[in-house]
Write a protein that binds this ligand. Sequence first.
Ligand code: KMH
Ligand code: ZN
Length: 271
Amino acid sequence: MEKLIITAALTGAEVTREQQPNLPLTPDEIAEAAYECYKAGASIVHVHARDEEGNPTQSYDVYKEIKEKIAEKCNVIFQPSTGGAVWHSAEERMQPIELSPEMATLSTGTTNFGPDVFMNTEEYILKFANRMKELGVKPEIECFERGMINNAVKLAKKGILNTPMHFDFVLGVPGACPGEPRDLIYFADSIPAGSTWTVAGIGRYEMPLAAQAITMGGHVRVGFEDNVYIEKGVLAESNAQLVEKVARMAKELGRQVATPDEAREILGLKI
Ligand code: KMH
Ligand code: ZN
């Protein structure tokens, strides 16, 4: 089986210090968390920026600072968010693409997101995808619902998305698709042959879906964006502790963990 790519989703846009006291917020804290996760086995970091008050921002400058600070420490793949927070405009959300990162997220549909709506109209999706293509940024296609896979396949048929595509199934968001074993099987069975996929299980779904993905040959995303607990009722000390747990599970299940350069090879990124 292919080596396992572990992504650390370090901060997110929704989690607060009240919910997770060790949440990294400043560029220095995010870069340090990225480095710790890299040492624990992560080959990708999924990054959301925060402003000086700790609120979500899609500022080009803040993402640039984070990207540079991470690159000073290690060669982990930097994957900024184009999702931002539900209240960000499409223009704000697009800003980190201009840094020409190796990867960035691309949500291919609209979903309920807790009490809110995470808006991704066809117009947005085309704008984001076209700009990523122009700048050679590989999209990680975020699918919260099954139809979002079809939307991506349609874009690939039109040549707007390059193949093979890389998907992230985000399962267990309140208001969207849950993260039961059958949900992951259905999503993984629905993508075009030759695609790669990872799973981000939200909340209590995180570790069970990680174990399932390890055995199915997929990849795994964990981190405070998705879940703040290391076990039921016990807050994780750090993002790296969650990555360590997945790396340990992979070892027990006989799957080797990919380095960043091995992840680049698996995903078809330039080395
Ligand atoms: N914060 C969510 C509304 C992404 O990073 O691309 C969207 C999100 C997806 O987190
Ligand atoms: Zn995100």
